[in-house]
Structures are given as structure tokens and as C-alpha cells.
Write a protein that binds this ligand. Structure first.
Ligand code: NDP
Length: 416
């Protein structure tokens, strides 16, 4: 007998047709996890487009395994030799225009945006412009241009689905209300915000990174190797440094502000060193729903690629035979000022996100190159933002211009 608590599995022809995925940033950490999900999907997902920036040898290796129809190398100056023998069988496009062409190809169903940094915005924009579903890992897209991206999605019918583990956790918790009310509709943040008044607050969890217990003095002396040694997550270098400064959490506040259309006052951060609770939603009746699991990006990626369908996932499950404690405590915003900076940018909107994101990218690269100490990264972002002439409604072109200006200003600031 069918239990009243489980719905009958009904497969539509749509659900069984393979979904063709464009994996932007296929050679990165999220790209690799996404390809694991595709490989384990039993043919329900195919990698139709793969992109890399410079790692063409790795792209060639992935092509032999996943047989995409189109490859894109976004850096036109990258070494083309490793791809030479694939030219006969695979379409290979180069540069940003190549990326635009591949993303908008009519045969693509879902675009996974997993390019790192502000460079990811172009692919996200193009995906929504052509009315596609955007599985968004590249949080910088929303930091730079959240308002414009959602306006665009509303115009074209494109959908933005979260990949970031915290936002995926919130999406899953919100879905629990679905039978009675449908908070945020099927498409997160698409303007169908009926039900958002049921949410009292979102609680983003943060591991606290490798330095959560370090004093301000100690933070002045941390090394690049220490900053890259994240205690719970294995990620690309840039986001690992952002996690150590907590700029990553700042960006996630901004990301949540746009995805769930809530003011920053309703978005809290809690330090949770075990990285088991991926985030929580507190509803107006006081119920708090948390999503838990191992720290592994394959589940949130799978949920976004399958539009929240539950199915077996290649990520390991939690081992419930082990005793464990789950700690939660508020962050120290004096040692990690990035969090209040994130709230400020989420509140101001306009040009603030583009400026902070650009300053942060330059400052993180300078830290990795040994040019500035770790503790200066957030201060630099703050100063560049303070000296910026705020604009409330910049166009996309203007945001790109402000991004370039802020990069130059930050470079000058660092070299002075
Ligand atoms: P990685 O550094 O591991 O990978 C970055 C990818 O982007 C690579 O494929 C790289 O190509 C490509 N790339 C780099 N620069 C450019 C450029 N200028 N133009 C086009 N492509 C470029 O990053 P992650 O996978 O860690 O992160 C990707 C995104 O996902 C980031 O926005 C991050 O914040 C977000 N994210 C990551 C998580 C994680 O667990 N890693 C978790 C949640 C969000 P190549 O290899 O050829 O240089």
C-alpha cells in the first residue's frame, strides 16, 4: 500500500529524456564534481559543452571521457596543441565569443556556471538571455549584477537555481512547505515570491575557515599555505582564500539576498565548524529546518541539474554510527569584518557589489603572489568601496566598466 507520506513516482517523458548540460569551468573543482554527477546519472545527463580557460590538456582528457559536442577555450592565447587531434570530431570555439555561442546553442538545456570570479558573469548572462536554466555556482555573478540578472530572467523565462551548498540547503528547506503553500514557486527568486512572508530568517552556516580561532595579531602572520588548508571543504584557490577571510560568507549574504529576495536583516550567519548543517530556514511559526549531509558539492550540483529531483548521488552519506557534536556559534565580526561588508553591499546594491568583487579578486591574487599580508585583504576591499562614487542603477556595460576601474585602483593601492 502506498504511504500517504510518499508520492507515487510518476515519470513524464520530459523526466526521462537526457538533459544536455553546458559545464562552464569544467576543469575546476565544481566542474569536476559536476562531471562525476553526470557520469553517475545513468544517461539522464550529458555533458554537451565543456569549457576551460587555460588547462587545455585537462580539457582534452575530459573530452575523451565525456564526448561533448562543443569545447570552448576562453583564453584565446591558451596552448591549443593538446586539442589538435580532437578537431576532427569536436567543435572547438575560442574566446568569450565562443563561450556566448556555446551557451546559447539551442540543444543546451542547463548551463552550469562554474567559472571562478567576475569572469563568470558573461556566461550566466548569456544563459539567461537565451531563456535557459542556470545552475549557478558562480556566486560572483550575483554579487556583481544580482538585480540585473533577475530582471533578465523575468523577461526571458530563464531560471536561476542555486548550486552553492548553503543556498541549496535553503532551497531544500523552503521546498518542505510546498504541498500547502509554494514559497518562491518552482523557480527560486524568479519574482514568484508568494510565501516569502512565511520566512522569519535564513541562517547561513560557515565553517569559519582555517583561522576561526586566530587572534587579530595571529591573522597578521598567516601564510599562503595555511590559508589554502581549508579544514572541511576541497575547493579552488580563490574561494578557499575567500573562506579564510570570510568574504565568501559576505558574498553568500548577497547571493541569498537576490536568490530569495529577502533583506539582509533577515539573513544571519552562524559558525558551524563541522560543515554538516549546510544552512537553515526559520519560519514564522518558530520551526527551524536544516539540511545536513557530508561536505561534498555533488549533492547540491545534482539537485540543481535535476531541478530538485531526489535520486541517488555519488557523494558519501553521513556515518550515523559515529558519535558527533554539532556546534553553532555567532561569528566574531571584529576579526572577520567581511561579514558586515557583505551586509552593507547586500543593502546598498547598485554598483557596490561590482566594486567589492573586483577589489577582492585583485587583493586575493596579490596575497597568493606574496605581495600583501592576509589581514589586508578585507581592509583593501573596504577602502576601495569607501572611495567609490556609488551608482544606484548601473547598466551591465557600466558594471563591467566599474569592475575594470576598481581593479586598476586596487592594483595601484597595492603597489603604492
Ligand atoms: P576553480 O579555480 O577550481 O576552477 C575555476 C574554473 O574556471 C576552471 O575551469 C578555470 O579554467 C575557469 N576559469 C578561470 N579563469 C577564467 C576566466 N577568466 N574565464 C573563463 N574561465 C575561467 O574554481 P571552483 O570550482 O572552486 O569555483 C568555481 C565557482 O564556483 C566560483 O565562483 C566559486 O565561488 C563557486 N563555488 C565553488 C565551490 C567549491 O566547492 N569549489 C562551492 C560553492 C561555490 P582553467 O582550469 O582552464 O584555468
Amino acid at each position: 500500500m502506498q504511504s500517504q507520506y510518499f508520492r507515487k513516482e510518476v515519470k513524464t517523458s520530459d523526466e526521462t529524456a537526457p538533459r544536455r548540460v553546458a559545464v562552464l569551468g569544467a576543469t575546476g573543482s565544481i566542474g569536476g564534481s559536476a562531471l562525476d554527477v553526470i557520469a553517475a546519472s545513468g544517461g539522464r545527463l550529458t555533458a554537451a559543452v565543456l569549457t576551460a580557460h587555460r588547462q587545455t590538456a585537462k580539457l582534452a582528457e575530459l573530452t575523451r571521457r565525456f564526448h561533448p559536442e562543443i569545447l570552448v577555450v576562453t583564453d584565446p592565447a591558451a596552448d591549443r596543441a593538446p586539442l589538435a587531434e580532437l578537431e576532427r570530431t569536436t567543435r572547438i570555439l575560442y574566446g568569450p565569443d565562443g563561450l556566448d555561442e556555446a551557451v546559447s546553442a539551442p540543444e543546451i538545456d542547463v548551463v552550469l556556471a562554474a567559472i571562478v570570479g567576475g569572469a563568470g558573469l558573461r556566461g550566466s548572462w548569456r544563459a539567461l538571455e537565451t531563456g535557459k536554466t542556470l545552475a549557478l555556482a558562480n556566486k560572483e555573478s550575483l554579487v556583481l549584477a544580482g538585480s540585473l540578472l533577475f530582471d533578465l530572467a523575468r523577461k526571458t523565462g530563464g531560471r536561476i537555481l542555486p548550486v552553492d551548498s548553503e543556498h541549496s540547503a535553503i532551497w531544500q528547506a523552503l521546498a518542505s512547505c510546498r504541498p500547502a503553500v509554494s514559497p518562491y514557486g518552482a523557480s527560486v527568486g524568479s519574482g514568484e515570491s508568494a510565501g516569502k512572508d512565511l520566512v522569519r530568517r535564513l541562517i547561513l552556516t560557515a565553517s569559519g575557515g582555517p583561522f576561526r580561532n586566530k587572534s587579530l595579531d595571529e591573522l597578521e602572520r598567516v601564510t599562503v599555505a595555511e590559508a589554502l588548508a581549508h579544514p572541511t571543504w576541497k575547493m579552488g584557490k580563490k574561494i578557499t582564500i575567500d573562506s579564510a577571510t570570510m568574504m565568501n560568507k559576505a558574498f553568500e549574504i548577497i547571493e541569498a539576498r537576490w536568490l530569495f529576495d529577502l533583506p539582509p536583516e533577515k539573513i544571519d550567519v552562524m559558525i558551524h565548524p563541522q560543515s554538516i548543517i549546510h544552512s537553515m530556514v526559520e519560519f514564522i511559526d518558530g520551526a527551524v529546518l536544516a539540511q545536513m549531509g557530508t561536505p561534498d558539492m555533488r549533492l547540491p550540483i545534482q539537485l540543481a541539474l535535476f531541478g530538485m529531483e531526489r535520486r541517488r548521488c555519488p557523494s558519501p552519506s553521513l556515518d550515523w554510527s559515529l558519535a558527533r557534536s554539532l556546534e553553532l556559534f555567532p561569528p566574531d565580526e571584529e576579526r572577520f569584518p567581511a561579514i558586515s561588508l557583505g551586509r552593507r553591499v547586500a543593502r546598498d546594491g547598485g554598483s557596490a557589489g561590482a566594486v567589492v568583487n573586483a577589489a577582492n579578486e585583485v587583493a586575493v591574487a596579490a596575497f597568493l603572489a606574496g605581495k600583501i599580508p592576509f589581514h589586508k585583504i578585507t581592509g583593501i576591499c573596504q577602502s576601495i568601496l569607501d572611495h567609490h562614487q556609488f551608482e544606484q542603477e548601473p547598466s551591465l556595460e557600466r558594471l563591467f566598466e566599474l569592475d575594470r576601474q576598481a581593479r586598476t585602483e586596487t592594483e595601484t593601492w597595492i603597489s603604492d
